[in-house]
Design a protein around this ligand. Structure first.
Ligand code: OXD
Ligand code: MN
Length: 606
């Protein structure tokens, strides 16, 4: 589309200003059509950036630079006017200084490239919960991913009209081309010290430079739908959360909607698409990563999935662990940093079968496949953060109402992380504030979703929002406390803390997880109906003896007992760590309600 077709004065003025700075060879307004997607993809195939996959219709493989494989939290900034508004968990640079630095980088950064202007909507177009953004990018890979992950194009421009609100998002891979130069089939990006993923919360603006990968570059996802949206949600009285949304149907056909916050790579996608192992229960998917929730007229919280696709972690995904995800990416999908088989398919570690013959690994090296579907650490064929981008509508278990503009009413919030010890399989908060306390202490072992030297260690990740909260985390806790005052207790979702990742002394998982997590979901479902299936303990409500269905489950009675009891000594250490290392970070902004919850928990455990 031609830029002159854009009838929104403010958007046009902003684009013109960015054109002046970035100096692209040409400017192109995206219409989001299939023809556009196919044309851009073909160009990337022709230039050697994308490899078509013989085994998967309309699907391709990309290989990134080895330095550009995940979100870069160390180069991610919340540039609020005051440093204290970014808080202790975010990197901060003064916005004037940061804009100066980045404007220098952006100057002429699109030489030799096309500037794509992507009008996109987070959430169903026309929903009162949805929001519109424009992403300017010089990456066709980003355009194609955005077409899968969001609603792009003409229908968004119509909804925006001539003066609707939008979030301006500027992205460049940070690799201008000299005259006659091309990428030569190499993934373009800048060096680490020149990468910046910047959010300007007062201006509601996003500037990203130097990376082409995932959340660094698909600006609708983490930058807009979480960092900027969390600020909007604080100001407007709603919630923008790092949560999956699932629909749970019991054997009587009764439905409840549940959201769950888990840190990156803790199995949100698997839980959202779970196939229950207990008869009669059904799980369907609304979303696998982000939930936006607003109060309805009836005083309940309604959630939409602002995304339209899945950007899932590939390794570990198999017919056994997540058949629905495997089906979702059978066609019309983009794979990044997976291995390539001889017959033109993708392959990754723990895909459920060994590859045959030769494989091209994610760095482009041809190597003999191993006779198993695991590889030694550091020698993986697929990068541990390799991803598939797949349209949500291709998911066999997508709920028919997943695009309902009014959202779905939420009955329960789950919090969880990878915790090898202490945290039981499931416990329920005693009250809203106790639930906010549980959200505030979420911790998890660090995984490959982020470049970090802490992989394997437990880090506190409150509400799974540590890298995604666009303002001071203490104020964010307070916002959650305030949300609890906006309606009556029975209309608020009940809050649960789950842990699928307990390990025994030998380091083996004690709970099978995956489809068997339905056993816990069933207990939660009944709790929401206040069924008499729980006992009160020091840490909250826990399943009564026998209240979790264990028919056909391969877990010993002792192990069940252990993961469903209160580890008093472990909790005392937990409290100690929260008191000494976690809560002090938030200083005077820590809501007193949370300190009261901590004191009360300690009192109950005495
Ligand atoms: C993601 C993440 O990509 O949380 O969803 O890192
Ligand atoms: Mn995520």
């Amino acid at each position: 589309m031609n830029l002159n077709e854009l009838k929104h004065g403010k958007a046009r003025a902003w684009i013109d200003e960015m054109v002046k700075i970035c100096e692209p060879d040409q400017v192109y307004l995206c219409d989001g059509s299939k023809a556009e997607y196919d044309r851009l993809m073909q160009e990337m195939i022709d230039s050697g950036l994308a490899i078509p996959l013989k085994k998967r219709p309309n699907s391709v493989l990309f290989r990134s630079q080895p330095s550009d494989v995940a979100r870069v939290e160390g180069r991610t900034y919340i540039a609020s006017q005051k440093e204290e508004d970014a808080g202790p968990t975010n990197n901060w640079i003064d916005p004037v200084e940061l804009k100066k630095t980045m404007t220098k980088l952006y100057t002429g950064c699109m030489h030799g490239r096309t500037m794509y202007v992507i009008p996109y909507c987070m959430g169903p177009v026309g929903s009162p919960i949805s929001k519109i953004g424009f992403e300017i990018t010089d990456s066709a890979y980003v355009v194609c991913n955005m077409i899968i992950m969001t609603r792009v194009g003409t229908k968004v421009l119509e909804a925006l009209g001539t003066d609707g609100e939008f979030v301006p998002c500027l992205h460049s891979v940070g690799k201008p081309l000299a005259k006659g130069e091309s990428d030569n089939g190499q993934w373009p990006c800048a060096d680490m010290e020149n990468k910046y993923i910047s959010q300007f919360p007062e201006e509601r603006t996003i500037w990203s430079y130097g990376s082409g990968y995932g959340g660094n570059a698909l600006l609708g996802k983490k930058c807009f739908a979480l960092r900027i949206a969390s600020v909007l949600a604080r100001d407007e009285g709603w919630l923008a959360e790092h949560m999956l949304i699932l629909k749970l149907t019991n054997p009587e056909g009764k439905v409840k909607y549940v959201t769950g916050a888990f840190p990156s790579a803790c199995g949100k996608t698997n839980l959202a698409m779970l196939i229950p192992t207990i008869p009669g229960w059904k799980v369907e998917t609304i979303g696998d990563d982000i939930a936006w929730m607003k109060f309805g007229d009836d005083g309940r919280l309604y959630a939409i999935n602002p995304e339209a696709g899945f950007f899932g972690v590939a390794p570990g995904t198999s017919d056994q662990s997540n058949k629905n995800a495997m089906e979702s990416c059978k066609e019309n999908s983009i794979f990044t940093n997976c291995a390539l088989t001889e017959d033109g398919d993708i392959w990754w570690e723990l895909i459920g079968y060994p590859a045959k013959g030769k494989l091209v690994d994610w760095k482009g090296n041809v190597r003999d496949a191993l006779p198993k579907d695991k590889s030694p650490k550091g020698e993986e064929f697929a990068h541990p953060n390799a991803r598939f981008t797949a349209p949500a509508k291709q998911c066999p278990c997508i709920a028919p109402e997943w695009e309902d503009p009014k959202g779905v009413p939420i009955s329960a919030f789950l919090f969880g992380g990878r915790r090898p010890s202490t945290i039981p399989l499931v416990h329920q908060a005693r009250s809203w504030n106790h639930g906010v306390f549980l959200g505030s202490i979420v911790g998890s072992e660090v995984t490959a979703a982020v470049i970090s030297d802490q992989v394997g260690q437990v880090r506190r990740d409150p509400f799974a929002m540590l890298p995604f909260c666009g303002y001071h985390m203490g104020d964010y806790f307070k916002h959650w406390i305030n949300i609890g005052k906006k309606t009556t207790a029975e209309k608020l979702p009940k809050i649960f803390y789950v842990n699928w990742f307990r390990k025994d002394e030998e380091g083996n998982f004690m709970w099978p997880g995956y489809g068997d997590n339905s056993r816990v979901l069933a207990w939660i479902f009944d709790r929401c109906d206040e069924k008499d299936n729980a006992v009160e303990t020091e840490i909250g409500f826990m399943p009564k003896d026998g209240a979790i269905n264990t028919d056909g489950l391969d877990v010993s009675a002792e192990a069940m007992k252990e993961i469903l009891s209160v580890d008093k000594e472990g909790w005392k250490k937990e409290i100690d760590d929260i008191r000494k290392n976690h809560y002090p970070k938030f200083g005077a902004k820590l809501p007193k309600e949370l300190m009261e919850e901590l004191d009360a928990l300690e009192g109950r455990l005495k």
